[in-house]
Design a protein around this ligand. Structure first.
Ligand SMILES: [Fe+2]
Length: 356
C-alpha cells in the first residue's frame, strides 16, 4: 500500500490556565510560541497556541486549547504523552532542568533502548524528552542551549485498553509498521522515519477511558501530515474503503486543511494537508507568535473575542531573535476549495457575548 502519512504534523492538548501553559511550554519545555489564535469551533472564544521548533517546522508543532472552563479526565483512548527528540547525552541536563523548575518528573528512564525523561504539565498532561536523532531546528532560551534543546517530535504515546484494533488502524489506515514490544509498550513507525514518526501504544487494559470533549488536563487529538490536498482526499477514501465511515468533511484550518476520524482505540486522529506559506500566511517570520491572529472570517468579531479571552503575557523567551530561517511571505489568499476541487468546511462561529 502507498503510505500517505509522513509523520506527526501536530499534537493538540487542553491545558487549564493560558498563562500556566505559556510559562511551562516556553520556560520548562523550551518551545517557541509560533502562533496565537483561537479555537475555530464552538461559541466561546478559547485561545489556540501553537508551540514549535526554532523554525516552526512540521513535525514540531504542539497546540494548546487552554480550557479552564471545564476539567477533562485523562485516561485510555487518548494520546497520553508528547515525545520530543533531544540530542544524545542530554537526558541528564533535562533531569536537572526539571529539578530546578520543581516540576513532577520521572527521572532518567529507558524504553526501547532510548533514554528519556518524562515531565508533567501543571494541568496534568505528560511530555517527555527522548534521546534520538533529529534534524529540526532547536529553539534556544536563556536556560536551554542549542546542544540540549528539543528538535521537534520523536513521536507520541497513545493509551489503549486493547492493542489489536488500534494496531490494525495504524497499519492499514495510516501505513505504520510495527517495530517491536517493550513491556506494555508496542512501537510503530512510519516508513521512512523522520520527525514525529514513532507511535507507542501503551497497553493499559484496566485504565478507564478518558473524556473525548475539550477539558483541562487532557490531550484532544493527534494530527499526521499527508502533505497535499490530493493525499487528504485519498486518505478519506481509504478510511471509507476500510469501513471507517465516520471520517469528517475536509475542514479549512487556515494554516492547513484537516480531516478527522475517531480511531478504534478512542483516539481522535486528524490528517492534514499543508497550505502554501503555512504559519507565515498572516505574520512575518520575525513576528511569529507575538500577536493574536484571527482567520479573516473571524476578524469582524475581534473586539468581542478579545474581551472574552484571559489576559496573558508572552514570555521573554519567545521574542524573535536572529538565526531563525526567514521564509518568504506569500500573498494572503485562503482557498475556499482544496486544490483537489473538494469544498472546504469553515466554521462561522456566532460567539456568545453576554454570558460572562
Ligand atoms: Fe488539529
Amino acid at each position: 500500500m502507498t503510505t500517505l502519512v509522513k509523520g506527526i504534523h501536530h499534537l493538540t492538548q487542553c491545558p487549564g490556565s493560558a498563562q500556566d501553559d505559556l510559562d511551562f511550554c516556553s520556560r520548562v519545555l523550551g518551545q517557541r510560541l509560533v502562533k496565537q489564535t483561537v479555537l475555530m469551533d464552538g461559541r466561546i472564544p478559547i485561545y489556540h497556541f501553537y508551540w514549535g521548533s526554532g523554525d516552526a517546522e512540521i513535525g514540531s508543532i504542539a497546540t494548546s486549547f487552554p480550557y479552564s472552563r471545564k476539567p477533562g479526565r485523562a485516561g485510555s483512548g487518548q494520546v497520553s504523552v508528547t515525545s520530543y527528540a533531544v540530542p544524545q547525552g542530554s537526558a541528564d541536563f533535562w533531569n536537572g532542568h526539571f529539578e530546578r523548575h520543581e516540576v513532577e518528573h520521572s527521572g532518567v528512564q529507558e524504553r526501547f533502548g532510548l533514554r528519556f525523561v518524562r515531565v508533567r504539565h501543571p494541568a496534568g498532561m505528560l511530555f517527555e524528552v527522548v534521546e534520538a536523532d533529529s534534524d529540526l531546528t532547536p529553539w534556544v532560551t536563556d536556560e536551554i542551549s542549542a546542544d540540549v534543546a528539543t528538535r521537534g517530535f520523536f513521536g507520541a504515546v497513545m493509551s489503549v485498553r486493547s492493542i489489536e484494533e488500534q494496531e490494525q488502524f495504524l497499519v492499514e489506515a495510516l501505513g505504520f509498521r510495527k517495530l517491536g514490544v517493550d513491556g506494555s509498550y508496542h512501537r510503530f513507525e512510519t516508513p521512512g522515519g523522520g520527525p514525529g514518526s514513532v507511535i507507542d501504544l501503551h497497553h493499559e487494559p484496566s485504565r478507564p477511558p478518558g473524556t473525548w470533549t475539550f477539558g483541562a488536563g487532557t490531550y484532544h487529538h493527534i494530527a499526521f501530515n499527508v502533505e497535499t490536498d490530493e493525499a487528504l482526499v485519498a486518505q478519506k477514501a481509504l478510511y471509507e474503503e476500510l469501513g471507517y465511515t465516520d471520517a469528517s468533511d475536509i475542514k479549512d484550518r487556515f494554516y492547513f486543511h484537516s480531516l478527522y476520524v475517531r480511531s478504534p482505540g478512542g483516539v481522535l486522529v486528524e490528517c492534514t494537508a499543508n497550505v502554501p506559506g503555512g504559519f507565515y500566511l498572516d505574520e512575518a517570520p520575525e513576528d511569529l507568535g507575538r500577536h493574536l491572529n484571527l482567520p479573516p472570517w473571524y476578524e469582524e468579531k475581534r473586539a468581542d473575542i478579545l474581551a472574552m479571552l484571559e489576559p496573558i503575557t508572552v514570555p521573554e523567551a519567545n521574542r524573535p531573535r536572529p538565526g531563525v530561517v526567514r521564509a518568504a511571505r506569500p500573498a494572503l489568499e485562503p482557498a475556499a476549495v482544496t486544490s483537489a476541487g473538494i469544498p472546504l468546511t469553515r466554521t462561522k462561529a456566532e460567539f456568545i457575548t453576554d454570558h460572562l
